[in-house]
Ligand binder design. Structure first.
Ligand code: MN
Ligand code: MN
Length: 276
């Protein structure tokens, strides 16, 4: 297999949607270029399609790829809600690839419409809790404020955070966010998750030495190994996930694309552990 089977696939369990959108990035453009680069890294012949836990992701009946959407800023929310909602409506788990982090608000909305209020496991250098950023309430610095205000999540766990300012500390208190920095990963591994879980993975949670291809490089981050360990250790019903903020324009030798593809593999394996 050198590409994902095209949507629809009658027996598929995970629906893939690429989000070619970086219109709410406050700093650099480029995350819109991510979806085809992550797919290409996933199928790069330098590796294979087995996960570390022993799942062959090249087997039939796993993926259905609904392709990419490239919404305008004005249609971003409705376009993503519709695309992800269609996949959820067919009972698929949803894996979204690419985009700036603003895309997570409608992606979580779609998952909550299907599964009810979610627990979110959010990996990021940044809490993304701004009420608005530079006047934009849809900024990639704000999706988790929108998500919590709308009740699409009942619990938000943030991992890798290392850029909290006073405003975001207040927002974290307001929404009862559980915040874990890169020094707190042992505590993360002991967390217990109940109900449907959404995994939102901003690649800048990693140290830039592991993932240079992001718009906001923030030193002092987690290693690729540490995040994989947390995902593999997770005892949770993962119903949807996104891998966001990959910026190919900032990457070196596609190394961050390979990291994104690795997370795509391990999160997919976690999704497949539980039927629905
Ligand atoms: Mn983010
Ligand atoms: Mn970030």
């Amino acid at each position: 297999m050198n590409r994902f089977p095209e949507y629809p696939q009658p027996s598929a369990r995970i629906g893939i949607v690429g989000v070619a959108f970086d219109g709410n990035s406050s700093w650099k453009a480029g995350a819109a270029l991510a979806p085809p680069r992550i797919r290409a890294a996933f199928f790069k012949p330098s590796s294979n399609l087995w996960t570390e836990s022993g799942v062959d992701l090249g087997a039939p009946g796993i993926f259905a790829d609904a392709g990419d959407i490239s919404p305008s800023a004005g249609s971003m929310s409705t376009g993503i809600l519709e695309a992800a909602g269609r996949l959820h409506g067919e009972g698929l788990k949803v894996m979204a690839l690419g985009g700036d982090h603003s895309v997570s608000a409608p992606l979580v909305h779609a998952a909550a419409d299907r599964h009810g209020p979610l627990t979110i496991l959010h990996f990021d250098a940044h809490p993304d809790l701004y009420d608005n950023f530079e006047g934009n309430p849809e900024s990639h610095a704000s999706p988790f404020a929108r998500i919590m205000e709308n009740g699409w999540a009942c619990r938000l766990v943030q991992v890798g955070i290392r850029t909290m300012n006073q405003h975001q500390r207040e927002q974290a208190r307001r929404f009862n966010v559980e915040v874990f920095g890169p020094d707190d990963l042992e505590a993360v591994r002991r967390l217990v998750f109940e109900g449907p879980v959404y995994v939102s993975l901003d690649l800048d949670c990693l140290d830039p030495s592991c993932a240079p291809g992001v718009s906001h490089q923030e030193p002092g981050g987690c290693t690729t190994r540490e995040i994989i360990g947390i995902i593999k250790n997770l005892n949770a019903r993962v119903v949807a996930a996104d891998i966001v903020e990959y910026n190919p324009a900032e990457d070196m030798n596609d190394m961050t694309a390979m990291v994104a593809a690795k997370f795509l593999k391990e999160i997919s394996a976690k999704m497949l552990e539980r039927a629905r």
